[in-house]
Design a protein around this ligand. Structure first.
Ligand code: GLU
Length: 472
């Protein structure tokens, strides 16, 4: 998706500078916040299944250590380059600050198309990459903690933790060296759907704000809103699922082989299974195929969810985008040019660095679980259930009435790990949305929500720098 004269990092800097004007911080401090602190660019050889040796190009960037560890995913994509990883690492710093997750920003990338490699080759590449990070002290529960991103998932995270633990025997907190692990390897329940669920919680909160909905000439609430999703990966799939379950109508879904449209709504799970059996989302029963996958971005809809790669909405196609709300589930799906065009049109762009922060928020919960060596809910589940049983029994006795079975099990239920994770995520997304909206709505000179989000991030990072006493 990236082209040669487009710098993703520059576009992050542009948004930063636009927001910095609304803050009171020293120019030098702002420069420090913007800069990428450490950039590790590496090459290593891996023997492929056919005996060939391939030199792999990979990166890890630590944008900021104002809080430790650094945090951010690792992507596998043949578009990976240093500029992209730097941009993504910077976004992680701002993202963590906005959702009050106490990490600095980091990001990794391996320049491969994972579809072109066997599982065994991918395992060797991932393990070697991890070993390179260990050698340079670029990974560890207190140093830098990777996670899944585009092209990676639980499987790769399991290889990383296994490699790390075997190179660091006896390190009691080794499981906290990476997040997004399978539950059996120290992962937390609820991490997989976290980014998509966070996107949903964030947009639901925006849609519940009467002043914003009035501006867009929309009714408050999610129910009945039309949604277009670009990307049926982990983030796109789960975003579609939570919107549909809340009563929105997902009219179109796009993937790289094409896009489909269905006015009465697409069930993402059925589409996923259709793709699994036929190899494509096209020719889905009841739906129309669109000529190009990018056509989906230009459809009439209330909410457009770009959930794939950066730079998909740019100066060229932005004038044709008709959505009233753009929910940036991916990192950097809009170029600054597109941003200006859509803002001028009156659309509300809900920015990536806070809207897709659900992933890193639940990663934080996973890391805490790893450091505390105990599953969420283990200590209180039974206690809460016993207490609730006691309260309900007393109430029934005093009122001489009884509640039905369904209500009873709801009232008695003590929290499982997934309940606590979802509730922590909901709280995080709702309060982050309100904080950003307060900044935006209280200053008429702030042009858009992205700038308000950056103002919030800059203020938080700058405050923590000054608290550290680095810039007294
Ligand atoms: N890759 C995700 C992101 O861009 C998650 C990062 C993490 O969990 O550390 O936010």
């Amino acid at each position: 998706m990236s082209n040669t004269n487009y710098s993703f990092f520059k576009s992050v800097e542009t948004s930063f500078d636009k927001a910095a004007k609304f803050t009171k911080w020293d120019k030098g401090l702002l420069e420090q916040i913007k800069a990428c602190n450490s950039i590790y660019s590496m090459r290593f050889p891996v023997r492929m299944d056919d005996g060939r040796i391939e030199v792999i190009e990979a990166y890890r960037v630590q944008h900021s250590q104002h809080k430790s560890p650094c945090k951010g995913g690792i992507r596998f994509s043949d578009e990976v380059n240093q500029d992209e990883v730097m941009a993504l690492a910077s976004l992680m710093t701002y993202k963590c600050a906005i959702v009050n997750v106490p990490f600095g920003g980091g990001k990794g990338g391996i320049k491969i198309n994972p579809k072109k490699y066997s599982a065994y080759e991918l395992e060797k590449i991932t393990r070697r990459y991890t070993a390179e990070l260990v050698k340079k002290n670029f990974i560890g529960p207190g140093i830098d903690v990777p996670a899944p991103d585009y092209g990676t998932g639980e499987r790769e995270m399991a290889w990383i933790v296994d490699t790390y633990a075997s190179l660091k025997p006896g390190e009691i907190d080794a499981a906290g060296c990476v997040t997004g692990k399978p539950v059996t390897q120290g992962g937390v329940r609820g991490r997989k759907e976290a980014t998509g669920l966070g996107v949903f919680y964030g947009i639901r909160e925006v849609c519940n704000m009467p002043e914003i909905m009035k501006k867009l000439d929309l009714k408050t609430g999610i129910e009945g809103k039309t949604v277009v999703v670009q990307g049926l990966g982990n983030v796109g799939y789960h975003s579609a699922k939570f919107f549909r379950e809340a009563g929105a109508i997902v009219t179109s879904i796009a993937e790289y082989e094409g896009a489909i449209y269905k006015a009465d709504g697409i069930n993402e799970e059925e589409l996923f299974l259709h793709r699994k059996t036929t190899g494509s989302i096209l020719n889905f029963p009841g739906a129309t195929n669109l000529a190009k996958n990018t056509d989906a971005l230009e459809l009439e809809c209330d909410i457009l969810v770009p959930a794939a790669l950066e730079n998909v909405i740019n100066g060229e196609n932005a004038p044709r985008v008709k959505a009233k709300i753009i929910a940036e589930a991916a990192n950097g799906p809009l170029t600054p040019e597109a941003d200006e065009i859509l803002t001028a049109k009156g659309s509300v762009v809900v920015p990536d660095m806070y809207l897709n922060a659900g992933g890193v928020t639940v990663s934080y919960f996973e890391w805490l679980k790893n450091l505390s060596h105990v599953r969420y809910g283990r200590m209180e589940k039974r206690f809460t259930e016993n207490l609730n049983t006691h309260i309900l029994t007393q109430m029934e006795k005093l009122t001489e009435k009884t509640v039905g079975d369904k209500e009873r099990s709801k009232i008695l239920h003590g929290p499982d790990e997934v309940d606590l994770v979802h509730s922590g995520l909901e709280e995080t997304m709702v309060s982050a949305t309100r904080e950003i909206m307060d900044i935006w709505l209280s200053n008429p000179d702030i042009p858009d929500m992205r700038t308000a989000a950056y103002v919030n991030a800059i203020n938080k990072v700058a405050t923590s720098y000054t608290e550290l006493g680095i810039f007294p």
